[in-house]
Design a protein around this ligand. Structure first.
Ligand code: SF4
Ligand code: SF4
Length: 295
């Protein structure tokens, strides 16, 4: 519940206005996702690079990329028209921290022109530990990390490879590196007072039975909110080729219950928004905010 979250160092006032962290707020406050981050440093088996990252969005759609400059002026234009705009987030279409310069440059530019908005970032977490100071300095108060497994054996069935500092890892070695980095990054951010949410993609027969363990471990590392997202398989992805299926809603609800029993505060209203979504959750007003409209 919100009461549980408000025990964290971040002010209740900030929390109140983030539609993803507070189910009540999602009816009144709007967010904009800025698609400035095309590259990615890992390969998830449910992803196809032609589409958006599922860290925080819906695969199978393609967001129009913006430069940091365009993103900042778009935010300025949207903020002037959309009074309920409370959150500016970067969620893709690849991994925001695999495009760290564009991501941080965008936040810096937005901070200069738009006052009083919450900054939010989602990432696969591979390089998080290298960016902690910058995240804190820029006032990015909410970070989402997609953690689908805390066991490298399970992880090796989800990730094809991981690329870090010029080296490509595969199999369990790749999964172990990613998991270690995710948990280390989560712990460091949480200790600096950043509100961390974990997204886990529920992949039937791969990580479903493992998710309560993920819930327990991420909570222990400081996550305040856990979002169990049903797998959406991108066309052309490895999972699609293997004939993998999305989970039934009943399984999703069941796992949400089990993760709650493991101690997690569960988010149940995630809409799996696009990397370029604008408006209230569940609403996408991107088409209302074309360059002509906000100029
Ligand atoms: Fe695709 Fe995974 Fe990279 Fe997101 S983190 S862009 S889902 S490979
Ligand atoms: Fe919020 Fe989920 Fe949409 Fe992200 S994808 S902005 S967590 S509703």
């Amino acid at each position: 519940s919100l009461a549980d979250l408000s025990e964290t160092p971040l002010a209740l006032e900030t929390l109140r206005r983030h539609p993803c962290y507070n189910e009540e707020a999602h009816r009144y406050f709007a967010r904009i996702h800025l698609p400035v981050a095309p590259a990615c440093n890992i390969q998830c088996h449910y992803c196809n690079r032609k589409f958006d990252c599922v860290n925080e969005s819906r695969p199978g759609v393609v967001s129009e990329l913006l430069t940091p400059e365009q993103a900042a002026s778009k935010t300025y234009g949207v903020a002037a028209q959309l009074m309920q705009l409370s959150v500016v987030g970067i969620a893709g279409p690849g991994d925001p921290l695999a495009n760290a310069e564009a991501t941080f440059d965008t936040f810096r530019r937005v901070r200069e022109t738009v006052k009083d908005v919450i900054f939010c970032l989602s990432t696969n977490g591979l390089t998080l530990i290298r960016h902690i100071d910058r995240i804190v300095e820029l006032g990015i108060s909410h970070v989402t990390i997609t953690i689908n497994a805390v066991d490298p054996v399970v992880g090796s069935r989800i990730y094809g490879w991981v690329y870090d500092e010029g080296k490509r890892y595969a199999g369990e070695e790749a999964a172990r590196l990613l998991i270690d980095r995710q948990l280390a990054g989560l712990k460091m951010l949480a200790s600096r007072g950043v509100l961390c949410k974990v997204n886990s993609v529920l992949i039937p027969e791969v990580n479903d039975a493992h998710l309560p363990e993920v819930a327990r471990v991420v909570k222990e590392h400081g996550a305040v909110l856990h979002n169990i997202m049903p797998l959406i398989i991108a066309p052309g992805s490895r999972y699609e080729q293997e004939g993998m299926r999305a989970p039934r809603p009943r399984l999703v609800r069941q796992l949400q219950e089990q993760c709650a029993e493991a101690g997690a505060v569960i988010m149940r209203h995630c809409r799996q928004c696009r990397a370029d979504a604008i408006g209230l959750l569940g609403e996408d007003r991107n088409q209302d905010f074309t360059w002509e409209n906000i100029a």
